[in-house]
Design a protein around this ligand. Structure first.
Ligand code: FAD
Length: 229
Protein backbone atom coordinates (compact mmCIF):
# COMPACT_ATOMS: atom_id res chain seq x y z
CA UNK A 1 0.00 0.00 0.00
CA UNK A 2 1.30 3.47 -0.84
CA UNK A 3 1.22 6.00 1.98
CA UNK A 4 2.33 8.89 -0.24
CA UNK A 5 -1.16 10.43 -0.57
CA UNK A 6 -2.15 10.20 3.07
CA UNK A 7 1.24 11.49 4.31
CA UNK A 8 0.89 14.49 2.00
CA UNK A 9 -2.63 15.20 3.24
CA UNK A 10 -1.60 14.88 6.90
CA UNK A 11 1.24 17.29 6.22
CA UNK A 12 -1.30 19.94 5.15
CA UNK A 13 -2.91 19.83 8.62
CA UNK A 14 0.48 20.09 10.33
CA UNK A 15 0.76 16.45 11.44
CA UNK A 16 4.29 15.10 11.32
CA UNK A 17 4.48 11.52 10.01
CA UNK A 18 7.26 9.01 9.52
CA UNK A 19 7.10 6.01 7.20
CA UNK A 20 8.32 2.59 8.41
CA UNK A 21 8.84 3.96 11.89
CA UNK A 22 9.36 1.96 15.14
CA UNK A 23 6.44 2.01 17.59
CA UNK A 24 8.59 0.76 20.50
CA UNK A 25 9.80 4.20 21.71
CA UNK A 26 6.16 5.17 22.33
CA UNK A 27 5.42 2.22 24.59
CA UNK A 28 6.49 1.23 28.11
CA UNK A 29 7.82 -2.18 27.05
CA UNK A 30 9.80 -0.72 24.13
CA UNK A 31 9.51 -3.77 21.91
CA UNK A 32 7.94 -4.63 18.56
CA UNK A 33 8.13 -3.72 14.90
CA UNK A 34 7.40 -0.73 12.72
CA UNK A 35 4.25 1.15 11.81
CA UNK A 36 3.75 1.72 8.10
CA UNK A 37 3.12 5.32 9.09
CA UNK A 38 3.53 6.84 12.55
CA UNK A 39 1.98 10.23 13.32
CA UNK A 40 2.43 12.49 16.30
CA UNK A 41 -0.56 14.70 16.94
CA UNK A 42 -0.58 17.50 19.47
CA UNK A 43 -4.08 18.94 19.37
CA UNK A 44 -7.66 17.67 19.37
CA UNK A 45 -8.45 19.05 15.88
CA UNK A 46 -5.39 17.16 14.60
CA UNK A 47 -6.56 13.96 16.32
CA UNK A 48 -10.04 14.33 14.83
CA UNK A 49 -8.80 15.20 11.32
CA UNK A 50 -6.09 12.51 11.25
CA UNK A 51 -8.67 9.82 11.99
CA UNK A 52 -11.00 11.15 9.30
CA UNK A 53 -8.16 11.22 6.77
CA UNK A 54 -7.22 7.59 7.61
CA UNK A 55 -10.84 6.57 7.10
CA UNK A 56 -11.09 8.47 3.82
CA UNK A 57 -8.02 6.59 2.53
CA UNK A 58 -9.43 3.33 3.99
CA UNK A 59 -6.24 2.75 5.95
CA UNK A 60 -6.40 0.99 9.35
CA UNK A 61 -5.34 3.14 12.29
CA UNK A 62 -4.73 2.80 16.02
CA UNK A 63 -4.63 5.60 18.58
CA UNK A 64 -2.04 5.21 21.34
CA UNK A 65 -1.81 7.33 24.47
CA UNK A 66 0.99 6.55 26.92
CA UNK A 67 1.58 3.13 25.37
CA UNK A 68 1.61 1.66 28.88
CA UNK A 69 -0.90 -1.10 28.18
CA UNK A 70 0.12 -2.35 24.75
CA UNK A 71 2.56 -4.97 23.52
CA UNK A 72 3.57 -4.42 19.91
CA UNK A 73 4.09 -7.47 17.71
CA UNK A 74 7.49 -7.95 16.03
CA UNK A 75 5.53 -7.71 12.77
CA UNK A 76 4.58 -4.14 13.63
CA UNK A 77 1.35 -2.51 12.46
CA UNK A 78 0.09 -2.34 8.89
CA UNK A 79 -1.54 1.06 8.90
CA UNK A 80 -1.23 4.32 10.78
CA UNK A 81 -0.26 4.57 14.46
CA UNK A 82 -1.49 7.85 15.92
CA UNK A 83 0.38 8.97 19.04
CA UNK A 84 -2.01 11.22 20.95
CA UNK A 85 -0.23 14.11 22.60
CA UNK A 86 -3.24 16.45 22.62
CA UNK A 87 -2.91 18.41 25.86
CA UNK A 88 -4.92 21.08 27.62
CA UNK A 89 -7.58 21.48 30.26
CA UNK A 90 -10.09 24.05 31.44
CA UNK A 91 -12.46 24.51 34.35
CA UNK A 92 -16.09 24.38 33.23
CA UNK A 93 -17.90 27.13 35.10
CA UNK A 94 -21.69 27.10 35.57
CA UNK A 95 -21.96 23.42 34.68
CA UNK A 96 -24.34 21.16 36.57
CA UNK A 97 -22.26 18.71 38.58
CA UNK A 98 -23.69 15.17 38.55
CA UNK A 99 -23.78 13.11 41.72
CA UNK A 100 -21.39 10.34 40.71
CA UNK A 101 -21.13 7.04 42.53
CA UNK A 102 -18.23 4.59 42.41
CA UNK A 103 -19.80 2.17 39.91
CA UNK A 104 -17.40 -0.65 39.19
CA UNK A 105 -16.94 -2.13 42.65
CA UNK A 106 -20.59 -1.51 43.54
CA UNK A 107 -21.46 -3.64 40.51
CA UNK A 108 -19.40 -6.47 42.02
CA UNK A 109 -21.03 -5.88 45.41
CA UNK A 110 -17.65 -5.27 46.99
CA UNK A 111 -17.79 -4.49 50.70
CA UNK A 112 -15.20 -1.71 50.74
CA UNK A 113 -15.79 0.81 48.02
CA UNK A 114 -14.45 4.31 47.55
CA UNK A 115 -16.90 7.06 46.82
CA UNK A 116 -15.19 9.40 44.37
CA UNK A 117 -16.11 12.42 46.46
CA UNK A 118 -16.84 12.66 50.15
CA UNK A 119 -19.74 14.65 51.62
CA UNK A 120 -18.98 18.30 52.14
CA UNK A 121 -16.26 18.53 49.50
CA UNK A 122 -16.63 21.30 46.96
CA UNK A 123 -16.85 19.77 43.50
CA UNK A 124 -15.57 21.19 40.26
CA UNK A 125 -15.74 20.03 36.64
CA UNK A 126 -12.60 20.07 34.54
CA UNK A 127 -12.54 19.35 30.80
CA UNK A 128 -9.34 17.55 29.81
CA UNK A 129 -7.83 16.63 26.43
CA UNK A 130 -7.41 12.88 25.95
CA UNK A 131 -3.66 13.02 25.33
CA UNK A 132 -2.88 14.52 28.75
CA UNK A 133 -0.65 12.29 30.88
CA UNK A 134 -2.26 11.55 34.25
CA UNK A 135 0.73 12.46 36.51
CA UNK A 136 1.27 15.76 34.65
CA UNK A 137 -2.45 16.53 34.82
CA UNK A 138 -2.53 15.81 38.55
CA UNK A 139 0.44 18.10 39.22
CA UNK A 140 -0.94 20.92 37.05
CA UNK A 141 -4.30 20.74 38.80
CA UNK A 142 -2.59 20.95 42.20
CA UNK A 143 -1.28 24.38 41.20
CA UNK A 144 -4.93 25.47 40.94
CA UNK A 145 -5.77 23.74 44.25
CA UNK A 146 -7.77 21.00 42.50
CA UNK A 147 -7.35 17.41 43.70
CA UNK A 148 -8.89 14.00 43.11
CA UNK A 149 -6.40 12.13 40.90
CA UNK A 150 -3.90 11.22 43.64
CA UNK A 151 -4.69 7.49 43.66
CA UNK A 152 -3.53 7.34 40.03
CA UNK A 153 -0.32 9.30 40.71
CA UNK A 154 2.29 6.82 39.45
CA UNK A 155 0.46 5.45 36.42
CA UNK A 156 2.03 6.38 33.05
CA UNK A 157 -1.33 6.61 31.27
CA UNK A 158 -3.10 9.27 29.25
CA UNK A 159 -6.69 10.30 29.86
CA UNK A 160 -7.85 8.45 26.70
CA UNK A 161 -6.15 5.19 27.71
CA UNK A 162 -7.45 5.59 31.28
CA UNK A 163 -11.02 5.73 29.99
CA UNK A 164 -10.52 2.87 27.52
CA UNK A 165 -9.19 0.62 30.34
CA UNK A 166 -11.17 2.15 33.24
CA UNK A 167 -7.81 2.53 34.96
CA UNK A 168 -7.87 2.00 38.72
CA UNK A 169 -5.77 3.12 41.65
CA UNK A 170 -6.50 1.33 44.94
CA UNK A 171 -10.32 1.08 44.94
CA UNK A 172 -10.98 4.12 42.80
CA UNK A 173 -11.67 3.74 39.08
CA UNK A 174 -11.07 6.50 36.57
CA UNK A 175 -14.59 6.06 35.21
CA UNK A 176 -15.94 6.92 38.67
CA UNK A 177 -14.80 10.51 38.14
CA UNK A 178 -16.20 10.88 34.64
CA UNK A 179 -19.24 13.12 34.12
CA UNK A 180 -19.17 12.90 30.35
CA UNK A 181 -16.81 12.61 27.42
CA UNK A 182 -16.56 13.88 23.90
CA UNK A 183 -16.00 10.98 21.52
CA UNK A 184 -15.50 10.54 17.79
CA UNK A 185 -17.91 7.85 16.64
CA UNK A 186 -17.44 5.32 13.86
CA UNK A 187 -19.86 7.48 11.84
CA UNK A 188 -17.44 10.39 12.20
CA UNK A 189 -19.70 12.35 14.54
CA UNK A 190 -18.46 14.12 17.65
CA UNK A 191 -20.81 13.10 20.48
CA UNK A 192 -21.15 14.00 24.13
CA UNK A 193 -21.72 10.82 26.11
CA UNK A 194 -22.30 10.37 29.83
CA UNK A 195 -20.65 8.00 32.31
CA UNK A 196 -23.32 5.30 31.83
CA UNK A 197 -22.53 5.06 28.13
CA UNK A 198 -19.12 3.51 28.85
CA UNK A 199 -20.47 0.52 30.85
CA UNK A 200 -17.33 0.73 32.96
CA UNK A 201 -16.15 -2.45 34.61
CA UNK A 202 -12.83 -3.91 35.77
CA UNK A 203 -10.28 -3.16 32.98
CA UNK A 204 -13.24 -2.56 30.68
CA UNK A 205 -15.21 0.11 28.87
CA UNK A 206 -17.57 -0.14 25.90
CA UNK A 207 -14.78 1.37 23.77
CA UNK A 208 -13.31 -2.16 23.54
CA UNK A 209 -16.31 -2.97 21.34
CA UNK A 210 -17.14 0.31 19.63
CA UNK A 211 -13.60 1.32 18.64
CA UNK A 212 -14.57 4.95 19.14
CA UNK A 213 -11.98 7.54 20.08
CA UNK A 214 -12.07 9.74 23.16
CA UNK A 215 -11.28 13.34 22.27
CA UNK A 216 -11.74 14.86 25.72
CA UNK A 217 -13.65 14.32 28.93
CA UNK A 218 -15.22 16.17 31.84
CA UNK A 219 -13.96 15.01 35.25
CA UNK A 220 -15.65 15.74 38.57
CA UNK A 221 -12.84 16.68 40.95
CA UNK A 222 -12.40 18.39 44.30
CA UNK A 223 -11.74 22.06 44.86
CA UNK A 224 -9.23 22.47 47.65
CA UNK A 225 -7.50 19.78 49.73
CA UNK A 226 -4.51 19.62 47.36
CA UNK A 227 -2.18 20.26 50.31
CA UNK A 228 -3.45 17.09 52.02
CA UNK A 229 -3.30 15.06 48.81
C1 FAD B 1 4.40 1.04 35.40
C2 FAD B 1 2.94 0.82 35.11
C3 FAD B 1 2.02 0.92 36.14
C4 FAD B 1 0.66 0.71 35.90
N1 FAD B 1 -0.21 0.81 36.95
C5 FAD B 1 -1.53 0.64 36.72
C6 FAD B 1 -2.47 0.76 37.80
O1 FAD B 1 -2.12 1.00 38.95
N2 FAD B 1 -3.80 0.64 37.50
C7 FAD B 1 -4.23 0.39 36.23
O2 FAD B 1 -5.45 0.31 36.01
N3 FAD B 1 -3.36 0.24 35.19
C8 FAD B 1 -2.03 0.36 35.41
N4 FAD B 1 -1.14 0.22 34.37
C9 FAD B 1 -1.65 -0.10 33.02
C10 FAD B 1 -1.90 1.13 32.12
O3 FAD B 1 -1.19 2.27 32.57
C11 FAD B 1 -3.39 1.47 32.05
O4 FAD B 1 -4.10 0.41 31.43
C12 FAD B 1 -3.69 2.77 31.28
O5 FAD B 1 -5.07 3.03 31.38
C13 FAD B 1 -3.28 2.73 29.80
O6 FAD B 1 -3.29 4.07 29.32
P1 FAD B 1 -2.39 4.52 28.06
O7 FAD B 1 -2.69 5.94 27.76
O8 FAD B 1 -0.97 4.16 28.28
O9 FAD B 1 -3.02 3.60 26.94
P2 FAD B 1 -2.26 2.87 25.72
O10 FAD B 1 -1.39 1.78 26.26
O11 FAD B 1 -1.63 3.87 24.83
O12 FAD B 1 -3.51 2.22 24.98
C14 FAD B 1 -4.28 1.21 25.62
C15 FAD B 1 -5.58 1.05 24.83
O13 FAD B 1 -6.33 2.26 24.95
C16 FAD B 1 -6.70 2.73 23.65
N5 FAD B 1 -6.70 4.20 23.67
C17 FAD B 1 -5.69 5.04 24.00
N6 FAD B 1 -6.08 6.32 23.87
C18 FAD B 1 -7.36 6.29 23.44
C19 FAD B 1 -8.32 7.30 23.10
N7 FAD B 1 -8.03 8.61 23.16
N8 FAD B 1 -9.55 6.91 22.70
C20 FAD B 1 -9.87 5.59 22.62
N9 FAD B 1 -9.01 4.59 22.91
C21 FAD B 1 -7.77 4.94 23.32
C22 FAD B 1 -5.59 2.20 22.73
O14 FAD B 1 -6.03 2.15 21.38
C23 FAD B 1 -5.33 0.83 23.32
O15 FAD B 1 -6.27 -0.11 22.84
C24 FAD B 1 0.22 0.41 34.59
C25 FAD B 1 1.15 0.31 33.54
C26 FAD B 1 2.50 0.50 33.79
C27 FAD B 1 3.46 0.39 32.65
Amino acid sequence: MSYQGIAKELDTIGVSCKKESPIAPYTTFRIGGNADLLCLIDSLPQLHDTILICKKHKIPFKVLGGGSNVLVSDKGFRGVIIINKARGWEILEDTKIPDLKGQTLHRHEAKETVEPLQEGQEKIIVRVASGMKIPALMNTLFTEDISGLELFAGIPATVGGAIYMNMHGAKLFFGDLLAQAQILTVDNEVRNVSQDYFQFDYDYSILHETKETVLSCDLVLTKGQSEDA
